[in-house]
Design a protein around this ligand. Structure first.
Ligand code: NAP
Length: 198
């Protein structure tokens, strides 16, 4: 009886110790695999990134982060003389350049592209980040048609307009297009109807 207890205690202890060691070794192994196979450190030298919607939020934060990492950032702001742009100018390096951009306007997109081309210097456009977005309206009853239009124009046609304009530069650099979007584009929730129309 006592021997039976000892054996089961030993088994439990053995299993626990084995599980702990397995976790530790798995962690180390995964870390090594990630480090050597999947982590590609992009060197920022000579690489420029164009980000839309940098007045506030994710766009503003991404512009700061990439600037701090050493990238050349073109921070596109809906209001290039507004507080968000002014703060970016103050708190980032001289590599970061503010450019005015309304993604709903073809003319504005082409102007921004021209600005980027004229200020690229020795850099390549490594990425464009389609981040600008709006969230307007409630349910169908309480939303105006204009709110639907705004969501579609900014969130859906905006990235297409910007991507089409910048694609030749991206193809040349073999860079990337990053689209920031919302679960709301896939999963519908009550009272967010204009957002889902994108
Ligand atoms: N926050 C979230 O929980 C969440 C969740 C899912 C997805 N997202 C997506 O993440 C992205 C950023 O959102 P956020 O939370 O950072 O919101 P945000 O602070 O409102 O940022 C959106 C930016 O887009 C700008 N913008 C609006 N209309 C524009 C236009 N016509 N042309 C150019 N820029 C325009 C805004 O400028 P102004 O500030 O001057 O209006 C703002 O700077 C959006 O695409 C959004 O759909 C956010």
């Amino acid at each position: 009886m006592e021997l039976g207890n000892d054996v089961s205690t030993f088994r439990r202890t053995y299993k626990t110790v084995f599980a702990v060691f397995r976790l530790i070794f798995q962690g180390i192994f995964n870390g090594i695999i990630k480090t050597f196979l999947f982590w590609k450190h992009v060197k920022p030298e000579g690489k420029a990134v164009f980000i839309t919607g940098c007045d506030s939020g994710f766009g503003n934060a991404t512009a700061r982060k990439l600037d701090a990492k050493g990238f050349h950032v073109f921070a596109a702001c809906l209001f290039p003389l507004g507080p968000g742009a002014a703060q970016l100018n103050q708190e980032t390096s001289e590599r970061l350049k503010i450019v005015g951009l309304d993604v709903t306007s073809e003319e504005s997109v082409l102007k921004a592209l021209e600005f980027v081309k004229n200020n690229l210097g020795h850099c390549i456009i490594w990425a464009i980040i389609n981040n600008a977005g709006v969230y307007k309206g409630l349910s169908v009853e309480f939303s105006t048609l204009q709110e639907f239009r705004d969501c579609v124009e900014v969130n859906a046609f905006g990235p297409i307009r910007v991507t089409k304009a910048f694609l030749p530069l991206i193809r040349k650099s073999k860079g990337r297009v990053v689209n920031v979007t919302s679960m709301g584009g896939r999963v519908a929730a009550p009272n967010m109807t204009p957002l889902h129309s994108e």
